[in-house]
Design a protein around this ligand. Structure first.
Ligand SMILES: [Zn+2]
Length: 268
């Protein structure tokens, strides 16, 4: 008990030191909230926690760039604040499985290989705005991150997408199932996500307009990532089209972004 309290005290002091080391200047933080309105929290405690976790994130993660891109404080704060939003109530420890974040100026063409049933390997290329791999690093296109304020209107957010994959992969599997709290049974999650995914695939195949990015029809793990993006940046639309999934996400993420959006009086 005494050792537990001592350890807890040490942890708190270390976190306070890290937050002080990585303190975000007021004007930079305000500019970030103006640029990415979905980060604003109506509750003062949540708003302060978002800023505190953003500093801790900056302290724990390592940013690097590719192709000669120069990183500014505004860029790393923009990325960190958006990355932290999904774990605002879950804790930053959810991201302990990786350290590196690689920022590219724009989207990246990745070469892929896939073997068919006869063992013949086919090559193809894929254009990526971001990528998350188990154990890291997380790759992001700055062009896409920078446009996140505007692209929120279509439910698009590359940072939240990739960090939803990080949450999903915490158990070692990219299957659309993150580490669930005791209130959500595994089969409930799988059943609901599966139903919503299959209905979504049918709508995409019929070329219907959807509030979620049609890319989510690729697989259940992409559907989870795409639905998570919309949940945070275009919540009322996501709630309208996927009320059941929205409800389950409020339980998982322990946030209700549609209420935040309504309180802020902004369109979502
Ligand atoms: Zn993805």
């Amino acid at each position: 008990m005494v050792i537990g309290r001592w350890w807890q005290g040490l942890r708190v002091r270390r976190e306070q030191a890290a937050v002080a080391r990585r303190a975000i200047p007021d004007d930079l933080w305000k500019r970030t909230l103006v640029r990415y309105p979905f980060l604003r929290r109506r509750d003062a405690i949540d708003a302060a926690e978002l800023r505190r976790l953003t500093s801790l994130f900056l302290d724990r993660k390592e940013f690097s760039t590719a192709g000669g891109l120069k990183l500014s404080d505004a860029m790393v704060v923009a990325i960190a604040a958006q990355a932290v939003l999904p774990v605002l109530r879950l804790g930053l420890e959810r991201y302990d499985g990786f350290v590196g974040i690689v920022v590219h100026a724009g989207q990246v063409v990745a070469r892929r290989e896939v073997a068919d049933d006869d063992g013949i390997v086919h090559e193809y290329s894929e254009v990526l705005a971001g990528e998350a791999m188990e154990g890291g690093p997380v790759m992001l296109s700055w062009q896409d991150v920078r446009g996140a304020g505007r692209s929120a209107a279509i439910g698009y957010n590359v940072v939240i997408h990739e960090f939803a994959h990080v949450l999903d992969m915490a158990d070692g599997l990219a299957d659309g199932v993150p580490l669930l709290p005791p209130e959500i049974a595994l089969d409930t999650w799988q059943r609901l996500l599966g139903q919503e995914y299959r209905a979504f695939v049918q709508r995409v195949e019929r070329e219907e307009e959807t509030e979620l990015d049609p890319y989510g029809a690729q697989s259940e793990d992409e559907f989870f990532a795409v639905a998570s993006e919309a949940f945070f940046v275009h919540p009322r639309a996501m709630q309208r089209e996927h009320p059941g999934l929205y409800g389950m996400f409020t339980c998982f993420y322990r946030q209700d972004p549609a209420v935040e959006a309504a309180a802020a009086g902004r369109r979502s």
